[in-house]
Design a protein around this ligand. Structure first.
Ligand code: WQD
Length: 322
């Protein structure tokens, strides 16, 4: 949606393993534009190459295709390694073959492992990831660094997302994870709408102000705008660049629950349970590098995200007959 608003012509490539084709209609409702869509799994090299053969004017690739849940990756490591890493290798090979030199990669704060300090800076050490999901992101960042060494003509933006939440302000598009949500915000909205009984808070014995996990929740629209700022940077022949995309603020699980209840005047039932394997206590970003080099900062806060997520959840529940 944000790319279209700024005059880009995005082509969507998705295997629909954790998203819904109905979103294309929603994009049309918001923008009046129909985007070109390929239902392709990036593990299918020949299928993926069709996109580049049929669209010779592709200038930039934004690569978000991957499985992304910390908990799930601990029980399905091989699925994560094959899916996230092989799909990236296929994509890079095809881009190089078709001389498409600009790529933005959706990396993650999880590459910092248990951060040595907070806020976290881009030059802080990465590694010691605490789950296979984070390790796939770490490995892919290494692949991009090595590819750049032999293809200095490429421009590569590695964007380390903190915790994306929220939805488009129209409430017409948002995340609709299949099955039980792995992430906090969709679980909160499903409890609030009555789809789920109660939120399990994974531990309140962390070394944080209220004992629950602290994260840097960034509104997904701010995240999208960070990608557009990155495209502009790549077009300046930036080479390989790395940016944290966050807000610079830490918010605990209970902070988010209470903010959601207040913003939307709804109740969210919760109970404290054991910690989740692979979780860390505290993680939030220093975002001064993106501010300086991309002229980008997050403009929306967690109240905006709580309102937008709730608007989307209500819309989705009303219209999702399945
Ligand atoms: C957040 C907090 C949990 C669910 C995510 C994505 C990952 C990456 C980084 C983009 C933690 C707690 C959660 C629940 C809970 N994103 N929690 N009950 O683990 O920080 O990682 O952001 O690259 O892809 O998964 O996010 O939403 O799973 O957890 O108490 O039902 O909420 O312990 O403190 P996480 P999350």
């Amino acid at each position: 949606v944000e790319l279209i608003k700024q005059g880009y012509e995005p082509i969507v490539v998705d295997n629909l393993s954790n998203s819904k084709i109905e979103m294309l209609e929603q994009i049309f409702k918001i923008t009046g534009k129909r985007v070109k869509f390929y239902q392709i799994d990036l593990l299918e090299k020949n299928e993926l190459e069709k996109v580049f053969l049929e669209n010779e004017n592709i200038e930039d690739v934004i690569h978000f295709a991957g499985s992304k849940a910390v908990g799930e990756s601990c029980v399905k490591p091989l699925m994560y390694y094959e899916n996230n890493i092989m799909s990236t290798i296929n994509l890079l090979n095809i881009m190089i073959k078709h001389k498409v030199k600009n790529i933005i990669f959706s990396s993650s704060a999880t590459v910092y492992g248990t951060p040595k300090r907070v806020p976290i800076f881009e030059e802080d050490p990465i590694g010691g990831t605490t789950n296979p999901y984070g390790t796939t992101k770490l490995i892919i960042e290494g692949i991009l660094q090595d590819v750049y060494k032999v293809h200095p003509e490429m421009n590569i933006a590695i964007l380390r997302y903190f915790n994306p939440i929220g939805a488009n302000e129209t409430g017409l598009i948002g995340e609709a994870p299949n099955g039980i949500p792995n992430n906090l915000m969709p679980y909160i909205t499903q409890v609030a709408v009555g789809q789920r009984e109660c939120l399990s808070v994974f531990g309140n014995d962390y070394d944080t102000p209220d004992g629950t996990g602290v994260r840097d929740y960034i509104h997904v629209v701010d995240l999208a705008l960070g990608h557009i700022a990155s495209i502009k940077k790549l077009h300046e022949n930036s080479g390989l660049v790395v940016y944290n995309l966050g807000t610079g603020k830490g918010t605990s699980v209970l902070d988010l629950v209470f903010a959601f209840e207040k913003a939307n005047n709804v109740k969210v039932n919760y109970k404290i349970v054991d910690r989740r394997q692979g979780d860390i206590a505290t993680c939030y970003a220093d975002c001064s590098k993106a501010k300086k080099e991309l002229s980008w900062t997050a403009k929306r806060d967690i109240v905006d995200a709580c309102r937008d997520s709730w608007k989307w959840q209500q819309y989705y529940t009303k219209n999702n007959t399945k």
